[in-house]
Design a protein around this ligand. Structure first.
Ligand code: FES
Ligand code: FE2
Length: 422
């Protein structure tokens, strides 16, 4: 449970808010590269309650500037891309990718006024299948060297979906190991449409896991230890990374993992970037795209949504049927769980149990990071040097472990083996 003041701190990210200041201290993905290929029209985007326009100038350089023209506020996404910038349709003011006003056709030719005008602008770069922006103060850090961003292109893929709720609900869902055996439980004999992997067999309809955490440089390592119905101890090592990233093993064993980056659009909507990654084999991107097109609409929201009660089929829930009655596409289940907590979950009224240890720890980490930011001006885990990238300590896999091992000793062993192999 949080106090009202604490809940406000961790959920509000608009300009000037402490939580927004923390979130702005890191590069954030705006859209996927597939959403904004070369030749795209200027795209209105909203991030952390700021309305912006993403565009490429006539040299194909990316720019991200305020959506409303500095003159009298007309929407620049309708503007013309020409003469080194984006020209407002109303009176023809022209802004370059840095937000500098470089032409005011109706004003005196001395350009004195022109040079005084500046549109809000943020640095922007394309990397790892996304277009990113840094909206913070001072020098930008580096983007963390997650393998789901840096692996060879055939081995990674990213898609974005939008949830109608505060970003923290989506993050909490992505990091919560306790819900898997309930929300995503399927009728015996059926498989998730996404995972034919081992985890599904290991976890199907069994006891909830024992959950533990360990604090690490990049955030929190999350251990979910299952008694496998096949015998033995089965461990999933998931991760939370500052400030809004979940990195779960999903159902891939040691073959790869996912990144789930939850970026506030405003305090009541968030973009959920789902990164897929395999170590040593290419992804079947056609299959991933097909699955997405069958479950996500052109507005980037799931077909199953609040307005249609997530198309729940209560008939399918009878007896040994599906637990949720919401089909076999797990992201739709997660979206249901997060959205129906309300636009911003009232955390003053919840009752956290022992399996909510991850949720409690992530909130503590966020509150601590916000406080640190307020007191020192520096957010945790901002990577400055390329030598800090890729970062050590990172483990994300699921595996059977020894009878005498736990999550922490297992990870120490894995990291030791990695180091020895270098
Ligand atoms: S409102 Fe944009 S040029 Fe006048
Ligand atoms: Fe889930």
């Amino acid at each position: 449970m949080l106090s009202k003041a604490q809940n406000d701190l961790v959920t509000q990210t608009g300009p000037g808010t402490p939580g927004g200041r923390l979130m702005r201290s890191y590069w954030q993905p705006l859209v996927t590269s597939e959403e904004f290929p070369i030749g795209s029209a200027p795209l209105p985007v909203k991030i952390m309650s700021e309305e912006l326009v993403l565009f490429r100038d006539d040299k194909e350089r990316l720019g991200l500037i305020g959506l409303h023209c500095a003159h009298r506020g007309t929407d620049l996404s309708y503007g013309r891309v020409e003469n080194g910038g984006l020209r407002c349709l109303y009176h023809g003011w022209l802004f370059d990718i840095e937000g500098k006003c470089i032409d005011q056709p109706a004003e005196p030719e001395d350009k004195k006024f022109c040079h005084k005008v500046r549109q809000t602008s943020y640095p922007v770069q394309e990397f790892g299948g996304c277009i990113w922006t840094y909206m913070g103060e001072g020098e930008a850090p580096l983007i963390p060297d997650f393998q789901f961003l840096t692996a060879p292109e055939p081995n990674r893929w990213v898609a974005r979906s939008v949830s109608r709720c505060n970003w923290l609900q989506s993050l909490e869902g992505s990091t919560d190991p306790a819900h898997t055996t309930y929300l995503h439980r399927l009728a015996p004999g059926t498989r998730s449409v996404r995972s034919a992997g081992n985890d599904a067999r290991m976890l199907r309809g069994i006891d909830p896991p024992k959950i533990n955490i360990e604090h690490v440089s990049y955030g929190t390592r999350i251990y979910a230890l299952h008694n496998s119905p096949m015998g033995g101890k089965y461990l999933r090592v998931n991760n939370y990374a500052y400030p809004c990233v979940a990195i779960p093993t999903t159902s891939t064993g040691d073959a790869g993992y996912q990144g789930r980056w939850n970026v506030p659009i405003d305090d009541y909507n968030n973009s959920h970037f789902e990164f897929f990654y395999r170590h040593s084999e290419p992804l079947d991107k056609d299959a991933l795209r097909k699955l997405r097109s069958e479950n996500v609409e052109a507005d980037n929201r799931h077909t199953r949504r609040l307005e249609n009660r997530y198309l729940q089929d209560r008939e399918s829930m009878h007896g040994d049927g599906d637990f949720s009655g919401m089909g076999r596409y797990f992201p739709a289940h997660d979206c249901f769980a997060a959205e129906t907590q309300g636009p911003i979950q009232d955390r003053t009224r919840e009752h956290l149990g022992s399996t909510d240890i991850v949720i409690i720890e992530i909130r503590k980490a966020l509150l601590k990071a916000i406080k640190q930011m307020e007191e020192t001006g520096e957010a945790p885990w901002r990577i400055r040097e390329t030598t800090e990238n890729p970062f050590e300590e990172f483990v994300c896999l699921s595996s059977f472990i020894g009878e005498d091992e736990d999550g922490s000793s297992f990870c120490r062993r894995i990291l030791g083996e990695r180091k020895a192999a270098e």
